[in-house]
Design a protein around this ligand. Structure first.
Ligand SMILES: [Zn+2]
Ligand SMILES: [Zn+2]
Length: 269
């Protein structure tokens, strides 16, 4: 789907951001959920809102800037990154930097900063998503040690509470697995229905496919006008949905041209 030049850019971008992840490897997460918190989790409250970890703001802030630079260098992400944006970030004093990182660490915590930094929510989310991923990923592993993931039947992420960004059909039976773009947690969800507005009526759901890329489907919800990109692993083999997401921007264009929005951004615009 992507051109060769694009694939090269993406590959270089991954290398850049993965190199920067080493700093986080030394961080260890201890998470304690008491029995009441575990009950609330089973009822649908994400772990991050029950027991958030302390994050090393300075290291995370530096990573945020490095990720923004990598996006600029390899032209990856929703918008070209401007020098102005990076300069504005660098001008923040220590306490503002901490405030910024702690705000973005929360789901939908970007609101005050979109205006302040004069950027789009898509763009800020994209960089934040990549910045926090190694932290939330490790945190998620610690959380999933304490609870039984297969008991989670909600449409939002059991670890960080965000909406799923993509889905896949997995295993011989083609179970639908939702994927969180912030922490990479994946969980099973019912096969039919829109995870964003919970519309259950199957006749409300249609999808787009492309002749040469039958492993991809874009599910459209007529009720909330959101779409969900889905990969069929029975046709594609095992996939990494973070990479698949970046490699299938063509599908985003198709769905958006038809008037649909990415489901997890629906409430923010
Ligand atoms: Zn998550
Ligand atoms: Zn919907």
């Amino acid at each position: 789907m992507e051109t060769k030049k694009n694939a090269e850019k993406l590959a270089n971008f991954y290398l850049d951001i993965m190199e920067q992840e080493n700093e986080f490897e030394a961080l260890e997460w201890k998470i304690d959920l008491d029995s009441e918190q575990v009950i609330r989790w089973y009822q649908g409250e994400a772990a991050l809102s029950l027991a958030a970890p302390d994050i090393p703001e300075e290291i995370v802030f530096n990573r945020f800037i490095n990720v923004a630079r990598a996006c600029q260098k390899w032209q990856v992400g929703p918008l070209p990154v401007t020098n102005e944006f990076i300069n504005n970030l660098e001008r923040l004093n220590d306490s503002k930097r901490k405030e910024f990182i702690n705000a973005l660490f929360k789901v939908a915590g970007n609101k005050a900063w979109i205006k302040g930094l004069n950027v789009s929510p898509e763009f800020l989310d994209f960089i934040a998503q990549i910045t926090f991923k190694p932290i939330l990923n490790a945190y998620g592993e610690a959380v999933l040690d304490k609870v039984e993931l297969d008991k989670w039947s909600h449409s939002h992420c059991p670890v960080c509470g965000d909406q799923p960004i993509m889905a896949k059909f997995s295993g011989k039976e083609g179970y639908r697995i939702l994927h969180c773009g912030r922490c990479e947690t994946e969980w099973r969800y019912k096969r039919l229905g829109c995870p964003y507005c919970k519309e259950e009526n199957a006749s409300q759901a249609t999808f787009i496919t492309m002749e040469d890329f039958k492993q991809y489907r874009v599910y459209l919800c007529e009720r909330c006008k959101s779409y969900l990109k889905t990969v069929d692993e029975r046709l594609a083999g095992e996939v990494d949905l973070f990479c698949e997401d970046l490699a299938t921007v063509e599908l985003d264009r198709l769905a958006q041209a038809e008037g649909y929005q990415r489901g997890h951004r629906r409430q923010q615009t």
